[in-house]
Design a binder for this molecule. Structure first.
Ligand code: ADP
Ligand code: MG
Length: 249
């Protein structure tokens, strides 16, 4: 039995590209079954950190335990237990939706029923179309479908609503994520939107220049912020004023 307290336990993660440190000693824990949001502006290191947690990139320093396993020693086993949706869909843009689903599904031993995934993500009308011909909203849905083909315990999503301009499509996506959370799945996602993070994530970690500044539940953060705080800049400005006054915000 897995008695591990956290589903992800990452300590002291450092990643440097050439001489430039991009992730500067990040420590974070994710609880089983939560939706965990990494929030930060463009260039703050969200994608890099997500890719380190997914095992797509190797950290220079630090230690990542996931599902009770060690990221370095058990990379292969872990790969089968996680699903991911990357920011760039270029990998599969030259194939059709059904082909992409079947291709990615063929990599795994454990597989979720494909018809169920297609129904859940309302992809039936698009199965025979090239991914690159679809709108960004539908591409994001395809990417989420691909993240689910191996019925993973943890799903990583890199800015899942980026490029979606239809609020209904975004709501739809979030209701699918909520349904999967009810099944017991854990989500780690990135976003640049404070609003979206507060509304949909259980817990948030704020990333700035490769450093985590705050890890907090959405509920707690909402209590700290004045009503109507909508952007990351407004939030940082508010917290900075309180720090200057010596308050705990
Ligand atoms: P975010 O997802 O928050 O926009 P990224 O993780 O993509 O941030 O990038 C963080 C920083 O690392 C940026 O300054 C970016 O230019 C740099 N970076 C990302 N990937 C690479 C790479 N493969 N080589 C060199 N620099 C990179
Ligand atoms: Mg990114």
């Amino acid at each position: 039995m897995n008695t591990q307290q956290y589903i992800i336990d990452a300590k002291g993660i450092v990643k440097t590209y050439g001489l430039i440190p991009v992730i500067r000693g990040v420590t974070l824990q994710v609880n089983r079954g939560e939706i965990f949001g990494l929030v930060g502006p463009s260039g703050s290191g969200k994608s890099t950190l997500l890719e380190l947690l997914m095992g797509i990139r190797q950290a220079d320093e630090g230690d990542i335990q996931m599902l009770g396993m060690d990221m370095k020693k058990d990379a292969r086993k872990l790969h089968h237990r996680i699903g991911f949706q990357l920011q760039a869909t270029v990998l599969f843009e030259r194939i059709k939706v059904m082909e992409a689903l079947q291709l990615f599904r063929s990599y795994y031993k454990k597989r979720r029923d494909l018809n169920e995934i297609i129904t859940m993500l309302k992809l039936k009308p698009f199965l025979n179309q090239y991914v690159r011909h679809l709108s960004e909203s539908i591409q994001q849905r395809v990417a989420l479908a691909i993240a689910l083909v191996n019925d993973p315990d943890i799903v990583f999503l890199d800015e899942p609503s980026a490029g979606m301009d239809d609020p209904r499509a975004i709501d739809d996506m979030w209701s699918i994520i909520a349904k999967l959370q009810d099944e017991g799945k854990t989500f780690v996602m990135t976003t640049q939107s404070l609003d979206e993070a507060l509304e949909h994530c259980d817990r948030l970690a704020f990333l700035m220049n490769g450093t985590l500044s705050m890890c907090i539940t959405s509920q707690e953060l909402m209590h700290k912020l004045p009503a109507g705080t909508r952007t990351l800049n407004e939030m940082y400005a508010h917290l900075a004023v309180h720090r200057r006054k010596g308050e705990s915000a």
